[in-house]
Design a protein around this ligand. Structure first.
Ligand code: HEC
Ligand code: HEC
Ligand code: HEC
Ligand code: HEC
Length: 440
């Protein structure tokens, strides 16, 4: 596959000042206000003036920086480039292969590469060419644009008027995954991939850090909102990613036209790799799979397996059984996939409620990291997408445990192996993981 499938850059270690905080998450998930869906979108220009979010230097007298527009429009925040991407030669080629007139006017592309709300929700300054603008994440601003700057305005009031709760880990995950994995109404099918679209991958904590921050999670932030960094963000991201995937598996998207189910639900590299780069491992056999068969994507389930082993050991056999049943169903029939997905999803929802309301200790988080490295070292985590997810998890947790520098050499070795899917080999990843296990 082409070069855009490589991770474009690694997170700069310690770019942000990371503080250790024992975090509980998900306890106060605000009900999504009805207004979010039907609020008018005013356009980036309405947020970007130099008396609002378009200041040139960070303001210290305010809670927020007011330089958000500058951060978003910098080349490093790809959301401000996402519409322009649709004008590129690469997009032109994708559009031609799909038989579209062009990419920049196709809803198929705009739905994720812009804030493509219905015409009647676009105010006078709104421009779809802004790409993934402020309101694609923060919600249409019509009802709160005036009130949110008034002295004494609270975040709770803003939410009531339709601002999106981006600070809530689960809600944030749903938002990002909507474009970074897809929904029932916007999705990168294998036909779109086959035309040349890059493979999608997502990990909430890493991608939150990779998007140039336009805010600080500092003391006043935590007081106004809540702490949103750390283990809780990573774990919630895994639960939501797994559940989003399970939801998509239960939808009509699985029924691709033709004799096969939709390919993009399967592990891309179970079909796409050179024949001398062998991927079959005994760990797969132990899961009840046969060599030479298709596998559904299981990268998020493998992370959840590590979490379950530590936070809920008595249930880990049950989780392994349910996720193995899903992989087997993936080789049986669409009906079997839907049934197994629904069961696994129900199981996860129950764990989310339990895990979300418990305090996780530093020792437990260390043990979860070790479990990911162990699953990598014993060959259970071996497909590229799982190795990539494992790397992101190990790095995220190391940053929060505060020993990323000490284990830096091990992280570097793992990263070098998952940087490109073309150069990836399960064998090298496994041996780097064995070395990492000794370093931990
Ligand atoms: C409306 C759709 C949409 C939403 C919502 C969205 N993104 Fe994106 N994101 C994109 C698109 C499209 C790109 C690719 C832009 C390009 O390069 O043209 C992207 C790119 C990125 C990248 C760069 C990826 C890379 O390989 O360098 C990061 C990081 C990212 N998004 C993080 C997030 C996070 C975190 C959230 C949730 C807070 C989020 N995104 C929400 C559509 C979205
Ligand atoms: C389900 C949401 C979704 C849809 C639909 C979608 N994209 Fe994307 N696209 C993304 C995301 C997210 C990324 C960034 C992936 C990453 O880096 O992790 C991306 C990346 C790209 C890139 C690579 C950008 C770069 O800077 O390397 C191109 C080109 C692209 N998309 C074109 C298109 C075209 C053309 C269409 C319509 C046929 C389309 N996309 C439809 C979500 C989507
Ligand atoms: C890809 C999604 C995304 C886009 C696009 C985006 N933001 Fe944000 N924004 C976030 C996330 C995530 C946070 C952190 C969570 C929170 O505090 O709500 C945040 C936080 C903020 C904050 C709160 C800071 C604080 O201390 O409370 C402001 C203000 C803000 N964004 C303004 C903007 C403006 C203005 C734009 C457009 C120029 C923009 N954002 C574009 C996702 C996004
Ligand atoms: C069931 C096997 C299978 C799976 C799983 C699969 N693909 Fe494919 N893919 C194919 C086949 C078959 C083709 C057509 C190859 C050809 O035309 O030579 C193809 C073509 C492609 C192409 C175009 C290659 C070209 O030569 O033009 C891309 C890119 C691609 N797939 C990406 C992906 C991504 C990303 C995933 C995972 C989300 C994925 N595929 C999953 C079988 C698969």
């Amino acid at each position: 596959m082409n070069g855009v499938n490589t991770m474009s850059y690694r997170r700069v270690l310690m770019r942000r000042l990371l503080t250790w905080l024992g975090i509980t998450l998900g306890m106060l998930i605000p009900a999504l206000s009805h207004a979010f869906e039907d609020n008018m979108h005013l356009g980036v220009a309405s947020c970007a003036s130099n008396v609002c979010h378009g200041k040139l230097s960070k303001q210290t007298s305010e809670n927020v920086w007011l330089t958000e527009y500058g951060e978003w429009s910098s080349v490093n925040d790809r959301h401000s480039r996402s519409y322009k991407t649709l004008l590129s030669d690469e997009s032109k080629l994708i559009a031609r292969k799909l038989g579209l007139k062009n990419a920049q006017s196709a809803n198929l592309c705009l739905d994720c590469h812009a804030d493509n709300v219905a015409q009647e929700l676009r105010d006078t300054k709104f421009q779809v060419t802004d790409g993934v603008g402020c309101e694609a994440c923060h919600g249409g601003a019509k009802l709160w644009i005036d009130s949110h700057t008034e002295p004494g305005a609270t975040h709770a009031e803003n939410l009531k008027l339709g601002m999106y709760p981006t600070e809530d880990p689960a809600q944030r995950a749903t938002l990002c995954l909507g474009c970074h994995m897809g929904t029932k109404s916007k999705f990168t099918t294998h036909e779109i991939m086959g035309a040349g679209h890059p493979r999608l991958r997502f990990e909430l904590e890493t991608f939150t850090a990779l998007q140039p921050a336009h805010y600080d999670v500092d003391a006043d932030y935590i007081e106004r909102k809540r702490s949103t960094i750390g283990f809780g963000l990573w774990m919630t991201g895994q639960i939501e990613a797994a559940d989003t995937y399970l939801g998509l598996l239960q939808s009509n998207l699985l029924e691709a036209p033709g004799m096969f189910p939709e390919f993009s639900f399967y592990d891309c590299h179970s079909c796409h790799h050179p024949m001398d780069n062998k991927r079959w491992t005994m760990a797969k056999k132990n899961q009840g799979l046969k060599p030479g068969t298709l596998r559904l994507q299981d990268q998020h389930f493998l992370m959840l397996r590590a979490i379950t082993e530590v936070l809920d050991a008595p249930r880990s056999a049950e989780f392994r059984r349910l996720s193995a049943a899903l992989l087997k169903a993936g080789q049986t029939s669409n009906q079997a996939i839907k049934k197994a997905s629904a069961e696994l999803s129900g199981w996860l929802r129950a764990r989310q409620a339990e895990w979300g309301s418990r305090q996780t200790s530093k020792a437990e988080i260390k043990a979860i990291r070790k479990a990911i490295v162990t699953l990598s070292a014993n060959g259970t985590i071996s497909d590229f997408a799982s190795a990539e997810q494992a790397f992101m998890g190990i790095e995220s947790l190391s940053l929060y445990l505060g020993d990323a520098d000490e284990v830096g050499a091990a992280l570097d070795r793992l990263f070098a192996l998952v940087e490109s899917d073309q150069a990836y080999t399960p064998k090298a990843f496994r041996s780097a993981a064995q070395q990492a296990l000794n370093a931990l």
